[in-house]
Design a protein around this ligand. Structure first.
Ligand code: PLP
Length: 389
C-alpha cells in the first residue's frame, strides 16, 4: 500500500537537527571523530541532589501510576515559588501553571489551542523551529517577523503587514534568544504587551534560557511587565537551567485561560510527566541554586574562549550576554550558511549550524553552541584554526 500522508505533514520541511544528525552519522561511519557544536544540549550532568531525588521517587510505587494531567500539586507550587523568588511574579499554582513534557511539547501544542485553519501566527525569524511547525500542524499560517543585528535581534512590530495583523491570533517571542543569543529588556516587553492589547493577539514568551546568562546578568520574565498576564503566557523549562534536557520537564505559566486551553489539548493527547521526574523537579526548583551559578561560570569561560579564538581568525564574533549560542556572520564572503557548515564538517569534522535552518532571515549566519567540554571545544578550535575556507 502506498501510504498517503496529510498535506500538513508533507508541508513540513525536514527537521534541521535530524538532517544534521544523519550527516554526522555518515561522517562518523567513515571514521572521523566528529565534534558537534551544533545542538544546545549540555554536556554537564544534572546536579546530584536532583538525580538523588529521582532515585528515591522512582522507588516509590505511588509514582508508578499515571500522573495528574495538570502536573503534581507540589511541582506546580514549586514553579510558583520559584517564579516569585526569581522574578517577583505571583502565580496561582492552581490555575496559572501546568507541567509540560519539556517546553517543546507545550510550544508545539499551543497553536492547537488557539488557532483555526487560516489564522496567522507571528514568530521571530531566525527562531526556534517549533513555533512555525506547531503552527503548520494546527492548520495555521506562520508569518515570520525578521530580526537582525541592526535591531539587536528584536522585532519591529510596527512593520508587521496589516493583513497579517488582522488574522493574527498568536505571537511567539523568545529572549534570551535561540539562535541569536540576543536579550530583551523591559521596554521591549512593554511594547509587546501594547501590541498584543491593540491587536488582540496572545503572546507566548519562550524563556527557556532565562537562567543561562553571564557576568551577573539576570534576564527578566515577560510576566514581570504590567499587563503581561492579561495577554500572555511564558514557557519555561528545567532542561537548560539544571542540565535536564533528557528528563523532559517544563512548564507553562501565566494567563489562566490560555494555560487552561493548552491543558485541555494535553489532556487529550498525553498523560503528563512521570511523577518521579516532577518530584526531582521540585528538588531542583526548591533547592540551592548554587549549581546553576557554578554551571554559568563554566559556560562563561567557554564562551570567552570561543569568542577570543574565532575573533583571532578574523571572524566577526561577539560574546552573547546569555544563552548557549554564539551567532555570527558566515566568515567566508559569498557562500551560504549551509555550504559553510558543510565545508566545516567535511574539512574539520566539526558541526556548526547553518543559520538558514532557523528560518529564511537566518541565512548568512552560523550558530555555535557552547555545550561541549573544554577539551572538545579546544580540539574543535584547533581544527577551525587550520581550516581554509
Ligand atoms: N525553546 C527554545 C528556544 C529552545 O532552544 C529549546 C530547546 O532547545 C526549547 C524551547 C525546548 O526545550 P525543552 O523541550 O527541553 O524544554
Amino acid at each position: 500500500m502506498k501510504v498517503s500522508l496529510s498535506s500538513r505533514i508533507q508541508s513540513i520541511p525536514p527537521y534541521l537537527f535530524a538532517e544534521i544528525d544523519r550527516a554526522i552519522e555518515v561522517k562518523r561511519k567513515s571514521g572521523v571523530d566528529v565534534i558537534s557544536l551544533g545542538i544546545g544540549d549540555p554536556d554537564l550532568p544534572t546536579p546530584p541532589h536532583i538525580v538523588e531525588a529521582l532515585r528515591v521517587a522512582a522507588g516509590d510505587k505511588r509514582n508508578h501510576q499515571y500522573p495528574s494531567y495538570q502536573g503534581l500539586r507540589e511541582f506546580r507550587e514549586a514553579v510558583a515559588g520559584w517564579y516569585k523568588k526569581r522574578f517577583n511574579v505571583a502565580l496561582d499554582s492552581g490555575s496559572e501553571v501546568v507541567s509540560l513534557i519539556g517546553s517543546k511539547e507545550g510550544i508545539g501544542h499551543l497553536p492547537l489551542a488557539l488557532v483555526d485553519p487560516g489564522d496567522v501566527v507571528l514568530y521571530t525569524d531566525p527562531g526556534y523551529p517549533v513555533y512555525k511547525i506547531g503552527t503548520i500542524l494546527a492548520g495555521g499560517k506562520p508569518v515570520p517577523i525578521s530580526i537582525s543585528r541592526e535591531n539587536n535581534f528584536l522585532p519591529d512590530l510596527s512593520a508587521v503587514p496589516k493583513d497579517s495583523l488582522k488574522k493574527a491570533k498568536l505571537l511567539f517571542v523568545c529572549y534570551p534568544n535561540n539562535p541569536t543569543g540576543a536579550t530583551a529588556e523591559k521596554e521591549f516587553y512593554k511594547e509587546v504587551v501594547d501590541f498584543a492589547v491593540d491587536n488582540n493577539i496572545v503572546v507566548a514568551h519562550d524563556a527557556a534560557y532565562s537562567e543561562v546568562a553571564f557576568g551577573g546578568y539576570k534576564p527578566m520574565s515577560f510576566l514581570e511587565v504590567a499587563g503581561a498576564k492579561d495577554v500572555g503566557i511564558e514557557f519555561h523549562s528545567l532542561s537548560k537551567t539544571y542540565n535536564m534536557t533528557g528528563w523532559r520537564i517544563g512548564m507553562v505559566v501565566g494567563n489562566p485561560d490560555v494555560v487552561r486551553a493548552l491543558g485541555k489539548v494535553k489532556e487529550n493527547v498525553d498523560s503528563g510527566v512521570f511523577q518521579a521526574v516532577q518530584i526531582a523537579g521540585v528538588a531542583a526548583l526548591n533547592g540551592s541554586q548554587k549549581c546553576v551559578s557554578d554551571n554559568m561560570k563554566i559556560l562563561e569561560k567557554r564562551r570567552d574562549n570561543i569568542v577570543k579564538t574565532l575573533s583571532g581568525l578574523g571572524w566577526d564574533v561577539r560574546p552573547p550576554k546569555a544563552s548557549y549560542y554564539i551567532w555570527f556572520p558566515v566568515p567566508t564572503k559569498g557562500i551560504s550558511s549551509v555550504d559553510f557548515a558543510k565545508t566545516v564538517l567535511d574539512k574539520a569534522g566539526v558541526v556548526v549550524t547553518p543559520g538558514v535552518g532557523f528560518g529564511q532571515y537566518g541565512e548568512g549566519y552560523i550558530r555555535i553552541s557552547i555545550t561541549q567540554s573544554d577539551e572538545r571545544i579546544n580540539e574543535a578550535l584547533e581544527r577551525l584554526k587550520k581550516l581554509k575556507v
